[in-house]
Design a protein around this ligand. Structure first.
Ligand code: PLP
Length: 411
């Protein structure tokens, strides 16, 4: 860091300011986490310099014998961690992993069935502003108005009617467990591939805190930077049958050279996720999300679907009379970072929203427990409903952070 400060003080200062920003507030963004020093060391290594198009032992560049060892380790660890027949650790991101998976299974114009964005699905699940919505004929399923849960009868009806070639299950803002076995049954009934996009809950699966999608899906796509607590990136697990198609779809179809520093950092993260402490982390992340959700419910902030089984909750703010966008601003002013989010059947547009999304991967990594999250819930309520108390909330946030400082633990 000393060299960076000397060579490029502007960027050095930005790095320092970002650490300060993170340490100065409570991070409740459900898709973020704090990586370990070991992951950061691999990420900031000379492996970034190496070109390694291809796969271990089959590269299009010389001098790959060392980085091959990193990729082999990453693949072996991913396969072992998730009990998967095949793993590809090269996708640069979750969106790239989905693009590669679609490229392996579909032709442009083919029909796919996936969760609607306003009900929790991701942009890459068929949004019109994304390649998925532009290149495929997308049919969307949602959640029921009364239960706010996926309606498997609706999914089955849509599958029977539209005969999709691919069914996608997985979401970006769905707080409950998905029934992968039910999706498998529907996919089998209509002869469709099943893709589980577990970008969000992958770490909870790695830690054994929730059931895995791997035994049911033909292809599982994921990100490494959310609950898994690794570097920013993506990955794909699949059956042996699809291994060649998936690998060719990642390279050479959608990517060139892999980011070997990120591949090494993914290997480190998989290794960390194999340890017993990570199982405890995954379990505690869910316990914390439940404690936070319960505390918010006491204050009249209703959890969509009535609660959570995962690391995140979607909160309906309509009873408070404060929009999601305003709540996001008020919380930010009080030192709590979270994001506005549409809730199912939201009467407000995406720029305003009636809800917020909260998640516990970060606060759990920094050592908070359910008692702390109860307090965080009360602070969120105060920040949202009583902007005149912003200063006091800020002080309470600082007191919590003095005990639980991010980027200090090796766990
Ligand atoms: N799939 C789902 C379900 C996600 O939630 C996300 C990210 O939020 C992605 C894919 C895309 O990941 P990335 O931002 O790494 O492209």
């Amino acid at each position: 860091f000393g060299q960076l400060r000397e060579r490029d003080p502007e960027i050095a200062q930005i790095l320092l300011d970002e650490v300060e920003r993170v340490r100065g507030g409570i991070q409740l963004i459900a898709s973020e986490n704090f990586t370990s020093p070991a992951v950061l060391a691999a990420l900031g290594s000379t492996l970034t310099d190496k070109y390694a198009e291809g796969y271990p032992g089959r590269r299009y560049y010389g001098g790959c014998e060392v980085v091959d060892r990193a990729e082999r380790l990453a693949v072996e660890r991913a396969r072992e961690l998730f009990g998967a027949q095949h793993a590809n650790v090269q996708p640069h991101s979750g969106a790239s992993a989905n693009l590669a998976a679609y490229a392996a299974l579909l032709q442009p114009g083919d029909t796919m069935l996936a969760m609607a964005l306003p009900h929790g699905g991701h942009l890459t699940h068929g949004s019109k502003v994304n390649f998925s919505g532009r290149w495929f004929d997308v049919v969307s399923y949602g959640v029921r108005r009364d239960t706010e849960l996926v309606d498997y009868d609706e999914v089955r009806d849509l599958a029977l009617r539209h005969q999709p070639k691919l069914i996608v299950c997985g979401a970006t803002a769905y707080p409950r467990l998905l029934d992968y076995m039910a999706f498998r049954g529907i996919a089998d009934e209509v002869g469709a591939w099943l893709l589980a996009d577990v970008a969000h809950p992958i770490g909870l699966m790695a830690g054994g805190a929730i059931p895995s999608a791997v035994p049911y899906a033909d292809v599982v796509t994921f990100t490494t930077h959310k609950t898994l607590r690794g570097p920013r990136g993506g990955g794909i697990l699949c059956t042996e049958e699809l291994a060649g198609r998936i690998d060719r779809a990642v390279f050479p179809f959608i990517q060139g050279g892999p980011l070997m520093n990120a591949v090494a950092a993914k290997a480190v993260a998989f290794g960390e996720a194999m340890r017993p402490e990570f199982a405890e982390y995954a379990r505690r992340t869910i316990a914390n999300a439940r404690a936070l959700t319960d505390a918010l419910a006491v204050e009249g902030m209703r959890a969509v679907s009535g609660g959570t089984d995962t690391h995140l909750a979607l909160i309906d703010l309509r009873a408070t009379g404060v929009s999601g966008a305003e709540a996001e601003r008020r919380c930010a002013a009080a030192g709590i970072t979270l994001n506005r989010n549409v809730i199912p059947y939201d009467p407000e547009p995406a720029a305003t929203t009636s809800g917020i999304r909260v998640g516990t991967p970060c606060v759990t990594t920094q050592g908070m427990g359910p008692e702390d999250l109860k307090e965080v819930g009360a602070l969120v309520n105060r920040a949202v409903r009583h902007p005149e108390s912003t200063g006091e909330v800020r002080e309470a946030v600082a007191a919590l952070l003095a005990i639980h400082r991010p980027y200090l633990s090796e766990s």
